[in-house]
Design a protein around this ligand. Structure first.
Ligand SMILES: CC(C)(COP(=O)(O)OP(=O)(O)OC[C@H]1O[C@@H](n2cnc3c(N)ncnc32)[C@H](O)[C@@H]1OP(=O)(O)O)[C@@H](O)C(=O)NCCC(=O)NCCS
Length: 447
């Protein structure tokens, strides 16, 4: 292929990426924690321009300024010394006004830049905090911990197309301000807003040390840098290899794991002084950031006979409503190895089975999600997981039979088919009275 043709192909593939991602993220919420160093970097206006583009494209943006460097500057200017204990700065009564000043100064710098891009923003007191108090003989003064975030108010601002900015200050019930960690605030905010992504935007990249790059399960490296790491692998790194991590990296990973466990899909650490870094990360596969991602299938496991009563309990109302084919304890015991279950907090909340037919086909059946846990993506995870399993087994297609859930399977990419296309054995048992519709999911040939 000529250079020109290959450049054109790359451009087209980039455009495809952008359109796909733009569609996927419309209506989603992204939380950005932006450091004060980035906020006064010459490239900051360009970064905010990119945030404005995301905003215009229907992505809800919430910002947590991280004023660390600004606080240090003010403390040194006014010759106020503070101590840190295990990474936590102790906000003395002398330091607190300066911390508050730095927090709002950084928030205002971000707000001003948004205004230049015609993006409306609000700085709010949406965080309820309380004093950390005295711990192990150490008085933490005006340093606080987050009690509650008024997510409903923040969500309303987002719905009105306004960018909420949350300085790292929280107030107690009578309005006393406390200094809180901006990293913890960004994590808690992303979980309570059900954000898809959390971005930690700082100067320079974390996780660049060579020792960290050794091959490990769940860690992908590119050009000698960690590029993607699963939340489980990040947890293992924290527990087994803390000596390889700088204190700030350890804190970053802990919060990233907490965000992923709380439902955030991805946490990106990026260098906010690089041109276009956020757009590349969001709209293409060319991202440069380090990313911690939630393990999509971590709550899934094979069903055991101990799970059967729970599974029957979930299926019962669906069987009664005629949505699912009736199954007994004995049926489930016989087909136990075909089933997977979705478990949350030690309780089964969903199940699905993959029944093999011959060497190249399988049926996905018995998909059921506990009524109180619907609409959380559990059904999708179960079906996607089984499609992946079928693909790993080298099958050419999976099919389903359904009477009332056709739309849902279509939304997952299944295509309408007919009883004639069923494997011989299944066709013989096709219940003409039930008149189930047949859908298939063709699997790509194995590379
Ligand atoms: C169908 C079922 C498995 C979906 O599970 P779930 O965990 O609630 O679904 P997810 O969270 O993955 O998907 C939710 C999406 O599917 C849609 N959806 C859920 N049930 C649907 C149905 N019966 N028909 C069409 N769409 C449906 C929701 O509106 C939601 O759409 P949105 O993402 O645009 O808001 C669950 O509702 C269930 O157990 N139903 C009864 C049993 C059944 O029908 N099984 C399939 C026959 S084998």
């Amino acid at each position: 292929m000529s250079d020109e043709a290959s450049a054109l192909r790359d451009e087209v593939s980039l455009i495809r990426d952008v359109i796909t991602y733009a569609h996927r993220f419309r209506g989603a919420v992204f939380v950005f924690r932006i450091s004060s160093r980035v906020a006064r970097h010459p490239r900051f206006p360009a970064l905010v321009q990119d945030l404005a583009l995301l905003h215009e494209n229907g992505i809800g943006i919430a910002i947590v300024p991280s004023p660390g460097a600004k606080i240090d500057e003010l403390l040194s200017l006014y010759a106020v010394a503070t101590e840190r204990v295990q990474g936590i700065r102790i906000a003395t009564s002398e330091a607190m006004p300066l911390i508050q000043m730095a927090a709002f100064d950084t928030a205002t710098a971000i707000m001003n830049q948004l205004a230049r891009n015609k993006v409306e923003a609000l700085i709010g007191n949406w965080v309820r905090a309380r004093a950390l108090g005295v711990r192990e003989g150490i008085d933490y003064g005006d340093t606080g911990t987050i009690e509650r975030i008024h997510a409903d108010l923040i969500r309303r601002a987002l719905e009105d197309g306004v960018v909420p900015i949350l300085p790292c200050i929280g107030w107690n019930a009578v309005g006393k301000p406390y200094s809180i960690s901006s990293l913890e605030l960004a994590t808690r905010l992303s979980v309570s807003l059900k954000a898809k992504k959390l971005f930690i935007v700082a100067e320079g990249e974390p996780f660049a040390s060579e020792e960290l790059q050794g091959p490990r399960e769940g860690v992908e490296a590119a050009e000698g840098y960690i590029s993607r790491i699963s939340a489980t692998a990040a947890e293992a790194l924290i527990t087994d290899w803390p000596q390889l991590l700088e204190p700030v990296e350890l804190e970053f990973l802990q919060q990233a794991v907490a965000a992923c466990r709380g439902g955030v899909e991805r946490v990106h650490f990026l260098d906010g002084t690089l041109d276009g870094v956020i757009l590349k990360e969001v709209f293409s596969s060319l991202g440069h950031a380090v990313m911690v991602h939630a393990d999509p299938f971590e709550n899934l496991r094979a069903m055991t006979s101990d799970d059967i009563p729970e599974v029957l309990r979930i299926m019962e109302p669906m069987i009664a409503a005629g949505v699912l084919v009736s199954r007994t304890q004995e049926d489930l015991e016989r087909l136990c190895t075909d089933f997977v279950v979705y478990e949350s907090d030690g309780t089964v909340r969903g199940c699905a089975a993959l029944h093999r037919y011959g060497s190249d086909q399988a049926e996905i059946a018995g998909v059921a999600v506990d009524e109180g846990f619907g609409q959380l993506g559990i059904g999708q995870k179960l079906v996607r997981y089984l499609i992946g399993e079928a693909s790993r087994l080298g099958l050419v297609r999976v099919f389903i039979l359904t009477t009332q859930t056709a739309d849902w399977f279509e939304s997952l990419g299944f295509l309408r088919s007919s009883p004639e296309d069923l494997p011989e054995e299944k066709r013989r048992h096709y219940d003409e009275r039930r008149k189930s519709r047949i859908y298939v999911f063709p699997l790509p040939p194995k590379a």
